[in-house]
Ligand binder design. Structure first.
Ligand code: ADP
Ligand code: MG
Length: 399
């Protein structure tokens, strides 16, 4: 990576310094405001621990949910502060504001070996508009900036991009570094054979990823509803399956140009609808009934995709193979997760990107069996498309 990271900081740059850490604590909450998945909080711990160990005082900024530039109690970071305190075993001071005298005061008096968490950055009008006045105010809270919020790196906001202009050094955190290292492998220098698996509901959101990956991979395995748009391009009956009519031509063009690299499912799990799981049955891809929808890849496809995964050295996966939220349509997705876990075991590099894909891997209990599960859905897609991430671009270059 060509950006400085928190590991590159000299002791002069870090000891006794107040480090503004932009984390991505955008965790899911239930109706009672309880955190239902703390993966993103755990993912930030290595950077916070490193800073504390090296004598810095972390002042943490994050957004949560989509408040529209003003305070909304249900998006308060207070519960996140409590969970963070439990997970890291250090005192976490929480201040209910972000750019006020109170926050300044708390930052200035923060004790050694303690953390300060400020309130949701999206409670501030200038955050999403990247207002330089806000960036400057946030910068004045600390002595250096550490961006560890990979999940928000594709947005140029005051606390992710703008602040780097006013506060140096501005470096990547350990999570950011890890994400860029693993996803970067998919764009250059992947050990071959390199296989990508794409699924999910729509081609439209993933065209740029498909086009960026095709020249680099040895094989692209397609599942999910996306496969049905390709089927339509091949002239197959797709019944009630989710097909994007305006993308059929694009699918045909991709098959024409890259047909030998693209593998579509040979068979499908179909049913009259996702509310009829008991009616699920497997059919060959040229026998999808007109009154039914493809809701998962079929068992023969799971096997052949599994063999392709087993013979690869690098495997990148984005997008579930079926409606994994509703069993038995989770089978294809679980089969891919299992095949990838076994590939990791045999020394292959396995990378999972995408919010639903990460959830599916966690649901299968296999998250820790992958080389890397990205914490950023949209950010990982934009990175794989080859787009620069503003939150990364703004950091200091490695000398
Ligand atoms: P990710 O978040 O991993 O990038 P997407 O958001 O693109 O994945 O896609 C996930 C969604 O795709 C899931 O909600 C899943 O139900 C849906 N999906 C997968 N296969 C099908 C299918 N055959 N028909 C309808 N929806 C599907
Ligand atoms: Mg999704």
């Amino acid at each position: 990576m060509n950006k400085r990271t928190v590991r590159d900081l000299s002791s002069d740059e870090i000891k006794g310094k107040r480090a503004i850490v932009r984390a991505d604590f955008n965790v899911p909450l239930d109706d009672n405001g309880e955190i239902t998945d703390d993966t993103r909080i755990r993912a930030a711990l290595p950077t916070l621990r490193l800073l504390l160990d090296r004598g810095a005082r972390p002042i943490v900024l994050s957004h949560l949910g989509r408040p529209k530039g003003k305070p909304e109690q249900k998006f308060s970071l207070q519960p996140v502060g409590k969970r963070l305190e439990k997970l890291i075993g250090k005192k976490v001071n929480f201040v209910e504001t972000t750019d006020t005298d109170e926050a300044m005061q708390a930052a200035a008096t923060l004790a050694d070996d303690e953390i300060l968490l400020l309130e949701n950055t999206r409670f501030l009008g200038g955050e999403e508009t990247n207002d330089p006045r806000l960036s400057r105010a946030l910068a004045s809270l600390g002595d250096l900036f550490v961006n560890d919020a990979f999940g928000t790196a594709h947005r140029a906001h005051a606390s992710t991009e703008g602040i780097s202009e006013f506060l140096k050094p501005a470096v990547a955190g350990l999570l950011m570094e890890r994400e860029l290292d693993y996803l970067g492998k998919a764009l250059e220098g992947a050990e071959k054979p390199f296989v990508a698996i794409l699924g999910g509901s729509k081609i439209s959101g993933k065209i740029d990823v498909i086009e960026a990956l095709l020249p680099k991979v040895d094989g692209l395995l397609v599942g999910g509803a996306m496969a049905c748009t390709f089927y339509r391009a091949m002239g197959l009956e797709t019944g009630k399956s989710l097909v994007e009519d305006d993308k059929v031509q694009l699918a045909a063009d991709l098959l024409e140009k890259w047909g030998t690299r693209i593998t579509l499912p040979h068979d499908a799990m179909v049913a009259p609808g996702r509310e009829r799981p008991e009616a699920a049955h497997a059919v060959h891809r040229d026998a999808i009934p007109a009154g039914e929808a493809m809701l998962d890849i079929g068992p023969r496809t799971s096997e052949s995709f599994g063999r392709a995964i087993a013979s690869a050295r690098t495997i990148l996966w984005n997008g579930p193979m079926g409606v994994f939220e509703t069993p038995p349509f989770d089978k294809g997705t679980s089969a891919i997760a299992t095949a990838m876990a076994s590939a990791t075991n045999h020394g292959a590099t396995t990378i999972v990107g995408g919010g639903d894909s990460a959830a599916a891997v966690a649901q299968a209990g296999l998250a820790d069996k992958m080389s890397h599960v990205s914490t950023g859905g949209g950010a990982s897609l934009e990175f794989l498309e080859g787009k620069p991430l503003p939150g990364v671009e703004a950091l200091d270059d490695r000398r």
